[in-house]
Design a protein around this ligand. Structure first.
Ligand SMILES: Cc1ncc(COP(=O)(O)O)c(C=O)c1O
Length: 413
């Protein structure tokens, strides 16, 4: 009760106490972790749950009649149970547990492709997609003779919606778009994108890898066909991902992989497939991560996504304002709607060199192309320095970033 009251007031210093790693030093300096877009740190509630799983529950799921197997199965299914209201799915069986966003997108591209794509059909993605929302579609286009179309962006990093509208036609079978850009921070107008796609008869996959931990998402309100995200970017363990798919699509598509769990009956003559969601969950899943993701969902809900979004937005605005005070610093991605990411370049300095200096000062940022090479090509740059913000970051973290960038500017220019 006391803890809930504290979180209701949102005291970032209390939130930080939940993340043991934030007390460590790096290169003799307190860790300032601003690489949350790559992966977030884990609260002790998740870390404790991992230890609890291995000390009390470890067993394979969905198969055994013995006590531990039933406990592990129940705990694993609790996660699916919690995910349903978290994204407001109609059915629990619309939630498939995968390895991560990448696997979820590959699953949809492969299975949707087999069921519905023919030569001459078109798939629309955007310039700001992560490689994991480009390459699976390229592969399936090659296999099925379909055509990949790419929505351009403006200099600020916003989608050219007029171009998008003009690309849609009855040939469009799928629109696969990121909700929040991992490299620019742009929040895309996904509801409008979905409505326009549906008006043309196309299905929509939304990559929510950088949205689910920052914004409330309601799959029914969005009317999205597929939504994908990763546990490790939302304070949960690595090795677990989510694929939400409307029941009608998951029923209509063939299985992704064959093996145990995804079958109803196997004979050498013919195999019948399991019901949803198990049809898409071949083999032993990442049980530990599946179970412990539930604790990350609880954690986010205890604080509240509205509260998280407000806190992160204040930090984003503060970071943007302070960074722009540094002479010769250019922010890449200046969309009106942004979330939690600020990417920048120092004139004449390679982003990698800035990253190395920041690391010496204990500040963890990401440098490079952020798995968005076509986006970097669009801007004609090799990459950026990216600071990405999470619920436990503070204005002091941003001050440390600014001091580090100023130091890098003084040393490197
Ligand atoms: C927008 C976006 N999509 C997809 C991915 C891939 O996620 P994962 O590596 O967890 O599969 C990432 C990871 O950085 C991302 O930021």
């Amino acid at each position: 009760m006391e803890r809930t009251a504290v979180l209701e007031r949102f005291d970032v210093n209390n939130v930080r106490k939940d993340f043991p790693i934030l007390t460590r030093t790096v290169n003799g300096k307190p860790l300032v972790y601003l690489d949350n877009g790559a992966t977030t740190q884990k609260p002790r509630q998740v870390i404790d749950a991992i230890a609890h799983y291995y000390t009390q529950l470890n067993s394979n799921v969905h198969r055994g009649v013995h006590h531990l197997s039933q406990l592990a199965t129940d705990a694993f299914e609790v996660t699916r149970h919690k995910l349903k209201p978290f994204i407001n799915a109609v059915h629990e069986h619309e939630i498939v547990l995968t390895k991560g966003t990448t696997e979820s997108i590959n699953l949809v591209a492969t299975c949707y492709g087999k069921a519905f794509l023919h030569a001459g059909d078109e798939i629309i993605i955007s310039t700001m997609e992560h490689h994991s929302n480009i390459v699976p579609w390229q592969i399936v286009c090659e296999e099925r003779g379909a055509v990949l179309k790419v929505v351009p962006i403006n200099e600020a990093g916003e989608l050219d919606m007029a171009a998008y509208r003009s690309m849609l036609s009855d040939r469009t079978k799928m629109v696969a778009i990121t909700y929040v850009s991992n490299a620019l921070g742009t929040v895309n107008p996904v509801k409008e994108i979905i409505d326009l796609a549906h008006a043309s008869g196309a299905a929509v996959l939304v990559d929510a890898a950088q949205a689910i931990q920052h914004l409330p998402i309601d799959v029914q309100a969005l009317d999205v066909d597929f939504l994908v995200f990763s546990g490790h970017k939302m304070y949960g363990p690595t090795g677990i991902g989510i694929l939400y798919g409307k029941e009608k699509w998951l029923n209509a598509m063939p299985p992704y992989q064959g093996g145990g769990e995804m079958i109803k009956e196997v004979t050498f003559a013919k195999t019948t497939y399991n019901e949803l969601p198990f049809k898409y969950e071949a083999g032993t899943p990442n049980i530990e991560a599946g179970i412990c993701l539930a604790h990350a969902i609880d954690y986010i809900q205890e604080i509240g996504l509205d509260q998280i979004a407000r806190h992160e937005h204040e930090l984003l605005e503060y970071a943007t304002r302070r960074l722009l005070e540094i002479p010769g610093l250019r922010i890449i991605g200046t969309a009106k709607e942004k979330s939690s990411v600020v990417s920048f370049l120092l004139d004449g300095v390679h982003p990698y060199d800035v990253g190395v200096i920041l690391d010496k000062l204990g500040v963890a940022v990401r440098t490079g192309h952020h798995c968005t090479q076509p986006l970097m090509d669009r801007y004609g740059i090799p990459g950026t320095v990216r600071a990405s913000i999470a619920v436990y970051n503070t204005t002091e973290d941003i001050d440390a970033l600014i001091a580090g960038v100023e130091r890098a500017a003084a040393m490197l220019r």
